[in-house]
Design a protein around this ligand. Structure first.
Ligand code: KIV
Length: 266
């Protein structure tokens, strides 16, 4: 597989081929997932929950992220590496520049930040300085204490209208990609059609340009024993982990995942 770039991801959206993304935190899984055809390896701050055992992503630091980005880089075979800026690491422009530099120098190709239209200035400054940005909208787990829990976002019409407008604002600011988490499937479809940049969904239905899942979730691994409704266990019926990841890639590509029961209504 040739190296995945922002241009090739845009090309996939334009020709209607779904984009596959999976979280990844170490070299061995980076090797396995990129060999299986996963186009984007997301070094997500979900590592705070699935690797470190915290009950939220808030304790994760930029140093934690850089360690895992560097590990993923060593195993990666041509996928794009997308890295999260963790909680409160992009509160000021200076902080944002310094922390993005740390993650890009560790091996990231694109940076993900959580928020809405207020991210516009940061996205513009980063894009101007050579850093592609993915805007994570909808359920933004770093804001769990403001949102009052891990809840579906955009169910009320006013909120949905705001999210549609914010997506366009962020595209105009220079965002290279949007990630929508836990939003009604119809709203995700509208946003996907309203912007030219790729939109990746998790709990956002099948109409987005691609899908992402947390690696441990799709392998059926959980500390709590509970799984979000948008997760499918891809280990079921598979002999090993590489086969489960390959099954995920096929299911996203042929749009058999996510099924309607994995999505949310307004
Ligand atoms: O941190 C992460 O893994 C994420 C996904 C849930 C999309 O942001």
């Amino acid at each position: 597989m040739p190296d995945i770039t922002v241009t090739s991801l845009l090309g996939l959206k334009q020709k209607g081929e779904k984009i596959t993304m999976l979280t990844c935190y170490d070299a061995t899984f980076a090797h396995t997932a990129s060999q299986a055809g996963v186009e984007v390896l997301l070094v997500g701050d979900s590592l705070g929950m699935v690797l470190q055992g915290h009950d939220s992503t808030l304790p994760v630091t930029t140093a934690d992220m850089a360690y895992h980005v560097a590990s993923v880089k060593r195993g990666n075979q041509g996928a794009m590496i997308l890295a999260d800026l963790p909680f409160m690491s992009y509160a000021t422009a200076e902080q944002t520049f310094a922390n993005c530099a740390t993650l890009m120098q560790a091996g990231a190709h694109m940076i993900k930040i959580e928020g809405a239209a207020w991210l516009g200035d940061s996205i513009r400054l980063l894009a101007e300085r050579g850093i592609p940005v993915c805007a994570h909208m909808g359920l933004t787990p770093q804001a769990v204490n403001v949102l009052g829990g891990y809840k579906v976002q955009g169910r009320q019409e006013a909120q949905a209208r705001q999210m549609r407008a914010d997506a366009i604002t962020l595209e105009q600011a220079g965002a290279a990609m949007i990630l929508l988490e836990c939003v009604p499937s119809d709203l995700a479809q509208e946003i996907t059609h309203a912007v030219k940049i790729p939109v990746i969904g998790i709990g956002a239905g099948s109409a987005t340009d691609g899908q992402v899942l947390v690696l441990h979730d799709m392998l059926g691994l959980s500390i709590s024993g509970r799984m979000p409704k948008f997760v499918k266990n891809f280990m079921t019926g598979q002999p090993d982990i590489p086969s489960a990841i390959a099954a995920y890639v096929s299911a996203v590509k042929d749009v058999s995942f996510p099924a309607p029961e994995h999505g949310f209504s307004a």
